[in-house]
Design a protein around this ligand. Structure first.
Ligand SMILES: C[S@@+](CC[C@H](N)C(=O)[O-])C[C@H]1O[C@@H](n2cnc3c(N)ncnc32)[C@H](O)[C@@H]1O
Length: 280
C-alpha cells in the first residue's frame, strides 16, 4: 500500500469513527482490506481509495470501518466487572429503585460487538435480579458502529468453543440451546434472554445520544482505547450524561480514565460512578 493511500484511509477512518490508526498499522490495514477488494472486484488499494473519493462511497465507508476495526470479545470478559455487578452494583440499585422511582433497570452495552458482552450482562441480571427485586423489569440496549457485528449479535449463535470455554456449565444449560443438523456444534442464546436485548447502530462519536431514559449503568469497554485523548474526554462526558445520578460506567481495564478530565468518581478498578444527586 502506498503511503499516500494509507494516509488517506487513516484520515477517513479517523474522521468517521475517531479510530486512530497508528503509523505501524499499515500492513494490518492492507491485509484487512483484501476482503473488500475481492468483494468489490478491485485490483488494488489505489483503486479502492479512488472509489472512496467518489460520491458513491457513502455506504462503503461503513464497510471500511468494519474491515479495519477489531471486534474481539468473549463471554464474561474481564470477569471482575461481572463479580462487582453481582456483589455491589445490583444490590445497591435494587435497594434504591423505589425511592428513585425507577420502573425498570436500564443498561447500555456501548460497542457491544458480536453480542457476548450484552448476553453476559443478560445472564447476570437473569440470575441475580429475581432474588433482589423480582418485580423489577430490565432491558439492555446494545449498540455498535459495525452492521456486520450487530447482525451476528442479533442471531446470537456461537461456537461451542466460545460458549463452553467461558460460560459456567450450569449457565450454559440454563441459557443456551444446543444446535442440531446444520447447527450441530453451535449454541444459541435462548429467546428469554434475546428478547431483553435491543441492538442498534450507533457511532459513539456522532451527534447527541437519543435514548428515551437514562441508564443505571453503562458498559463501554475496549473501544475507547482506539480513540485519542480529546475524543475519550468528550465521550466520557457524554456517557456520564446518559447515567442516572449515582449510576455506573464500566470501562475496559486497559482504559483507565487517569489523565483525562471527567465528572465521575473511581469506585473500583475500571468502574466509575456518577455522583449521586445532592439531598434537598
Ligand atoms: C474490541 S470490541 C469490544 C467489545 C466489548 N465491548 C468487549 O469489551 O468485549 C470494540 C467494538 O467497538 C466498535 N467500535 C469501534 N469504533 C466505534 C465507534 N466510533 N462507535 C461505536 N462502536 C465502535 C467496534 O465495531 C467493535 O465491535
Amino acid at each position: 500500500m502506498r503511503e499516500s493511500d494509507y494516509q488517506f484511509i487513516r484520515n477517513l477512518v479517523y474522521e468517521r469513527s475517531r479510530i486512530n490508526l497508528g503509523p505501524d498499522k499499515r500492513e494490518l490495514v492492507a491485509a484487512r482490506l483484501g476482503k473488500r477488494l475481492r468483494a468489490m472486484q478491485l485490483a488494488s488499494i489505489a483503486d479502492y481509495c479512488s472509489f472512496l473519493r467518489t460520491d458513491k462511497a457513502q455506504d462503503e465507508v461503513a464497510n471500511l470501518i468494519d474491515a479495519i476495526s477489531t471486534n474481539h470479545t468473549f463471554f464474561f470478559r474481564e470477569g471482575h466487572h461481572f463479580e462487582y455487578l453481582r456483589s455491589t452494583i445490583l444490590p445497591e440499585l435494587a435497594g434504591r429503585r423505589r425511592a428513585e422511582c425507577w420502573p425498570a433497570l436500564r443498561v447500555w452495552s456501548a460497542a457491544s460487538s458480536t453480542g457476548e458482552e450484552p448476553y453476559s450482562l443478560a445472564i447476570t441480571l437473569a440470575e441475580v435480579l429475581p432474588a433482589l427485586a423480582a418485580d423489577w423489569g430490565w432491558r439492555i440496549d446494545a449498540t455498535d458502529i459495525s452492521h456486520r457485528v450487530l447482525d451476528r449479535a442479533r442471531a446470537a449463535i456461537y461456537t461451542e468453543e466460545s460458549v463452553v470455554g467461558h460460560v459456567p456449565p450450569m449457565l450454559v444449560t440454563k441459557f443456551f440451546q444446543r444446535g442440531f443438523g446444520p447447527q450441530a456444534g453451535n449454541y444459541r442464546v435462548k429467546s428469554s434472554l434475546r428478547e431483553r436485548v435491543t441492538y442498534s447502530h450507533l457511532n459513539l462519536i456522532e451527534g447527541p445520544f437519543r435514548f428515551p431514559e437514562p441508564f443505571q449503568f453503562i458498559f463501554c469497554r475496549n473501544v475507547m482505547i482506539y480513540f485519542d485523548r480529546q475524543t475519550q474526554e468528550e465521550l466520557v462526558a457524554r456517557l456520564a450524561g446518559q447515567l442516572v445520578p449515582g449510576g455506573y460506567l464500566l470501562v475496559g481495564h486497559s482504559e483507565s480514565l487517569t489523565g483525562i478530565r471527567h465528572p465521575l468518581t473511581l469506585v473500583a478498578p475500571a468502574i466509575y460512578r456518577r455522583p449521586p444527586a445532592a439531598k434537598a
